[in-house]
Design a binder for this molecule. Structure first.
Ligand code: FES
Length: 171
């Protein structure tokens, strides 16, 4: 890939655009790996394989190095524990539109704090910074689907649906 050429993620997921911005800010320098991984985790909630590959390509680093750093530092999460993920955006637009109320309602309803997984291992609740869909605030990413204009009641309903959906149905 030529210098300065932007890779585009085939999923069209807006969150990769935000990650690209951070990579550009650091001029795609390999020594910015930890900062870029921090941003990636902030946007996506955790660092799955696809994301590590994307970062490795963008920074022109061997995947083994990126994987090594991501596994070495305890503050990086490579996988949520739960069968499903509910990533709540706590960026400014979502926060202003009530993301905090969604967080409180879900924590009370499921007796599970964000950053943790429900006791039945069904859903991991994760917070993220802006996920790139501010116009739909407040937003959450349920597994791979962005859901906007949420409120506490709707969020509780969505999580119940998620819990009752086998992971492979969503794949
Ligand atoms: S602040 Fe939530 S999508 Fe931008």
């Amino acid at each position: 890939m030529a210098q300065g050429e932007k890779q585009q993620h085939p999923s069209g997921d807006n969150r990769f655009k935000l990650l690209d911005r951070a990579i550009t800010k650091h001029q795609a320098r390999g020594d910015a790996l930890i900062e870029v991984l921090h941003v990636a985790q902030g946007i996506f909630g955790y660092l799955e394989n696809d994301l590590l590959i994307y970062v490795a390509r963008a920074l022109k680093l061997p995947l083994s190095r990126v994987y090594g750093v991501a596994t070495f530092y305890h503050f990086f999460n490579l996988k949520p524990n739960g069968e499903h993920t509910f990533v709540l955006c706590m960026g400014t637009a979502c926060y202003v539109k009530g993301a905090e109320h969604i967080q409180t309602a879900l924590e009370e309803h499921h007796q599970c704090k964000f950053g943790q997984t429900t006791k039945d291992n069904k859903v991991s609740f994760i917070t993220a910074r802006c996920v790139g869909s501010c116009g739909l605030a407040p937003v959450a990413v349920l597994d791979d689907a962005v859901v906007g204009k949420l409120n506490p009641e709707e969020s509780i309903k969505r999580v119940e649906q998620l819990k009752n959906t086998p992971r492979e149905v969503l794949a």
